[in-house]
Ligand binder design. Structure first.
Ligand code: SF4
Length: 481
């Protein structure tokens, strides 16, 4: 798909520069729309005034990405699924990290409560960011509408996160959906046997629906039928199968759908895909041994990582172990970080602990991984220190020194601008070992004593054992004399 141009988008906007969208001009809105920072609906005149109906239709046509956007749930924690433009991340970027949901069977309310609470409360802090799980999938095992509705009600009482309601029986789906009809649940799933009834329910409640078939032609045909019936929000599930050859087939099915939508512009499959990796536990005894459980979880983890890496847009998992979620959210973060932007923190002077005038001054780069690693090593040592972070455009020390983003003059300027040496009673700074080559020039430009630190911040502990401020200041005085 050719990249949209702002000129083309502007031609389908009202062009009044009325600022109702919060932007100064329609052109500014167009640029943000292309970068997925605003939504068509944010242009109120366009969507509400009849005279713009043709423009709205035209804009929808040109601005709808090959993988359409599907919204599940409501409020701050709603899931945005799909809305993607490229096969491979490096071609542009992926926009919406695949939500991770955990499934639970409906016939054990205590388990429903436990899983829902786990998902609701899950929070992982890693390298300066918090990561969360996204939703709960309630699977009908009871084959009973009342039991299913009670399970959905229990989950609703605990969380306002998105829910996925799983049954192929339309009446059971309806019973659950009525409990959360104002919460925009995902109905899972429409199949060749029930699609008309499930489609009607989706239209009645105006909620998204997942379509399942392991036969890609049938999947496409079902999605087309639902779409023609008026269902706009569709997610495709081509199945998730384990065992020899099946894993490759599963990944292949996702890739075929994606390739058809993005590279062949086949709008009939232009919907996000989902993978139910929880199928790794199908047929397993509820009372299986811990060894068997871990083995199944490992299989599930491999499949989930493969699907995440191939940009499957939504995952329903079973395993609820912390080691598993940790791997999943880290893989997701890596796949969905924007390749156009180096991960960076603000370049400024940071306090670690409660530094005072005697505290050491460390210098590092603003590459996220470098900053948080250095900071965490300093914190682990319970050091009170000043940490001066240089703007290296989000590039790590070695590359920044080689590429000119971390040169002596820039570091000297940052020292001056932040006034870090006014906060201490010495003129000593510690630079990373990988920046040793700038030490001499920095000493001259900034009039200070440079200590070349370890190549890796894990060596700071050893360095600090030999760090003697008074003796280093004597060296500084001698250097000046
Ligand atoms: S609200 Fe619509 S018409 Fe008004 S400035 Fe924004 S994009 Fe243009």
């Amino acid at each position: 798909m050719a990249k949209l141009s702002p000129i083309k988008v502007v031609s389908a906007l009202p062009g009044t520069n009325c600022r109702e969208c919060g932007e100064e001009t329609c052109m500014a809105f167009a640029v943000k729309l292309i970068d997925h920072q605003v939504d068509i609906n944010d242009c109120k005149p366009l969507v509400s005034e009849k005279k713009y109906a043709k423009k709205l239709k035209a804009l929808k046509e040109i601005a709808t990405p090959p993988i359409r956007k599907v919204v599940i749930g409501t409020g701050d924690r709603k899931m945005i699924v799909g809305d993607e433009e490229v096969m491979y991340r490096h071609e542009l970027t992926y926009y919406n990290p695949s939500p991770i949901c955990i499934e639970v069977a409906d016939d054990d309310l205590d388990e429903v409560a436990k899983v829902t609470k786990y998902v609701n409360d899950y929070e992982l802090y890693r390298i300066g960011a918090n990561y969360y799980l996204d939703g709960v999938a309630i699977r009908c095992r009871s084959n009973d509408a009342k039991t299913f509705a009670a399970a959905v009600k229990k989950a609703k009482e605990i969380t306002d996160m998105p829910l996925i309601l799983c049954s192929t029986n339309p009446e059971i789906l309806r019973a659950g959906a009525m409990v959360v009809k104002d919460k925009n649940p995902l109905l899972y799933a429409a199949t060749r046997d029930n699609w008309e009834k499930v489609g009607k329910l989706a239209l009645e409640l105006n909620c998204p629906v997942a379509v399942y078939s392991s036969d890609l032609s049938e999947l496409k045909s079902l999605a087309t039928s639902l779409h023609e019936a008026g269902v706009e929000q569709i997610v495709l599930d081509p199945g998730c199968y384990y065992g020899s050859g099946n894993v490759a087939d599963t990944i292949g099915a996702h890739l075929q759908l994606k390739r058809a939508a993005i590279e062949k512009d086949d709008k009939l499959v232009g919907f996000p895909t989902m993978g139910v990796t929880a199928t790794a536990f199908i047929g397993k005894d509820k009372n299986m041994s811990e060894g068997e459980r871990i083995a199944a979880a490992y299989e599930e983890g491999k499949m989930a990582c493969l699907l995440m890496c191939n940009a499957c847009n939504l995952l329903i998992m079973h395993t609820m172990d912390n080691w598993f979620q940790l791997a999943m959210v880290v893989v997701r973060e890596n796949v969905y970080s924007d390749p156009r932007v180096n991960p960076s923190v603000d370049a400024k002077l940071y306090e670690v602990g409660s530094p005072d005038q005697d505290s050491p001054v460390f210098i590092t780069t603003n590459y996220t991984m470098t900053y948080f690693t250095v900071r965490s090593d300093l914190q682990d040592l319970r050091l009170n220190a000043w940490l001066l972070v240089i703007d290296t455009e989000g590039i790590s020390v070695e590359s920044a020194v080689a590429g000119g983003q971390m040169v002596a003059s820039k570091v000297a300027e940052a020292i001056k601008e932040t006034g870090v040496l006014d906060k201490v009673n010495h003129r000593i700074v510690i630079i990373p070992g990988l920046a040793a080559r700038i030490s001499g020039e920095l000493e001259e430009l900034a009039d200070l004593k440079v200590v070349v630190g370890p190549r890796d911040s894990s060596g700071i502990e050893k360095l600090m054992k030999g760090y003697d401020k008074d003796s280093l200041m004597k060296d500084y005085q001698a250097m000046k004399a």
